[in-house]
Design a binder for this molecule. Structure first.
Ligand code: SAH
Ligand code: SF4
Length: 409
């Protein structure tokens, strides 16, 4: 998730220590435990001539966070532990490095998967306030990289690596549950706002969300799980058909089509009007307000015209708008909007009856925006490449703004 403070600037990259494990060259064919459909392990155990309660013992130990490996499930006979480990991976993450920030309130994890891919998750602790209980929110990744290519996003800049499977998604949450157990803390929310476009990996994301919300597995209430999408209409429709009341977040960023096509290239395939229609159907079906996210970029999408266009698009919907000053990334010339601009934008939305908040985030000191840590590790692009990309974005945004202005007049 984004953690910029308005006007924060990202400093020079902090060198990242390579994890000690060698980079594995081959994949691992054993399925991850956390991605197994309910009942699958019991069936396997039955085939092995083992009693059904063994599946419960494994589940209790692995989902509670008390054990990370089959070997740590002490109630099991040693030979069964070995057989389980031969058939399944108790954990699909082979190594994790955590970087704390904000005096320990934020933790940024870089997880290494079996094929050497790196994905990120970010834990954010929000202490209790007068009007709110304390929350501990985890932001998880659904893909290594992302194919959508939003120009303000560090993950988009990385390009697409591969889809994560359900176990690889859920194991990020299991990692943090174990970590939090040591300090007697509890995860309260999970958001799919890390690397990747969740609804372009919908099969795995739907399975992962089911495992996270199943009381017999991870056991987080569905309302405490947020799925964020840049606007994959068929994926939103699929969620509507499913039933669970996940919180849906839509990355809108701009309502004017020409500008949105620059900021969220998926606009060309699924225009914002269709995205908002699909999201509204989801809201009606579940009775849950949809959150619309707008990254605020100075002079690009924070103008009065943009605020009015967004207000018109969302007016009367079951919606909440979240304005997020952009976290600066190396490959763009863009900067976060000034606080007054963001406030003016928020006022226009509120005047249209839309509940609106401005998210002031944290963790900028660890480069905690989407994919930034992985991008850093992948190696900085050459200064010439950055310069070329920046020039292109300046030209493209000028053209998009011009087009937006002409089509409005
Ligand atoms: N692909 C999904 C979910 C992951 S991105 C999506 O786009 O919704 C999660 C959120 O982080 C999105 O709202 C995205 O727009 C935002 N984001 C990406 N880069 C950012 C940056 N540099 N500053 C602020 N928010 C950013
Ligand atoms: Fe992908 Fe979301 Fe980043 Fe866009 S903002 S490139 S959809 S991860």
């Amino acid at each position: 998730m984004r953690e910029p403070v308005a006007q924060a600037r990202v400093g020079p990259p902090v060198p990242f220590r390579e994890p000690p494990l060698p980079r594995p060259s081959a994949g691992d064919p054993r399925p991850g435990y956390a991605g197994l459909p309910p009942g699958a392990l019991a069936l396997w155990l039955e085939g092995q001539g083992e009693p059904a309660y063994r599946a419960t013992q494994v589940a209790e130990a692995l989902w509670s966070g008390r054990a990370a490996s089959f070997d740590e499930v002490r109630q099991l006979p040693v030979t069964l532990r070995a057989r389980l480990a031969g058939a399944f991976r108790a954990d699909t993450i082979i190594d994790t490095q955590v970087r704390p920030a904000d005096g320990g309130l934020t933790g940024k994890a870089l997880h290494r998967l079996h094929d050497g891919r790196l994905v990120e998750s970010v834990l954010m602790r929000y202490p209790a306030r007068r009007d709110r209980r304390a929350r501990t929110t985890l932001c998880i990744s659904s893909q290594a990289g992302c194919a959508v290519g939003c120009p303000f996003c560090a993950t988009g800049e990385l390009g697409f690596g591969r889809d994560l499977d359900a176990a690889e998604i859920v194991d990020q949450a299991r990692f943090w549950r174990r970590d939090l157990l040591a300090t007697d803390e509890r995860l309260t929310n999970v958001v799919f706002m890390g690397m990747g476009e969740p609804l372009l990996n919908a099969d795995a994301v739907v399975d992962a969300a089911a495992a996270l919300s199943d009381p017999a597995r991870f056991g987080l209430g569905s309302r405490h799980i947020t799925i964020s999408t840049s606007g994959v209409v068929p994926g939103i429709e699929r969620l509507t058909g499913l039933g669970p009341q996940y919180t849906l977040a839509v990355s809108l960023h701009a309502a004017r089509p020409a500008l949105r096509a620059l900021l969220v290239p998926l606009e060309r395939r699924w225009p914002a009007v269709d995205v908002v229609a699909a999201a509204s159907a989801y809201a009606e079906r579940t009775g849950r307000r949809v959150t619309y996210e707008m990254v605020m970029i100075d002079g690009i999408n924070d103008t009065t015209e943009d605020a009015h266009a967004a207000a018109e698009l969302l007016r009367g919907r079951l919606a909440h708008v979240n304005l997020i000053p952009m976290n600066p990334v190396a490959h763009t010339p863009w900067q976060p909007s000034a606080p007054e601009r963001v406030e003016a934008f928020a006022s226009t939305l509120r005047a249209a009856g839309l509940s609106t908040t401005v998210r002031h985030n944290r963790g900028v000191d660890i480069g905690a925006a989407c994919g930034q840590l992985a991008a850093e590790l992948a190696g900085q692009p050459t200064p010439t490449a950055v310069e070329r990309r920046r020039r292109l974005l300046v030209d493209e945004s000028a053209a998009a703004l011009q087009l937006a202005a002409t089509s409005a007049s």
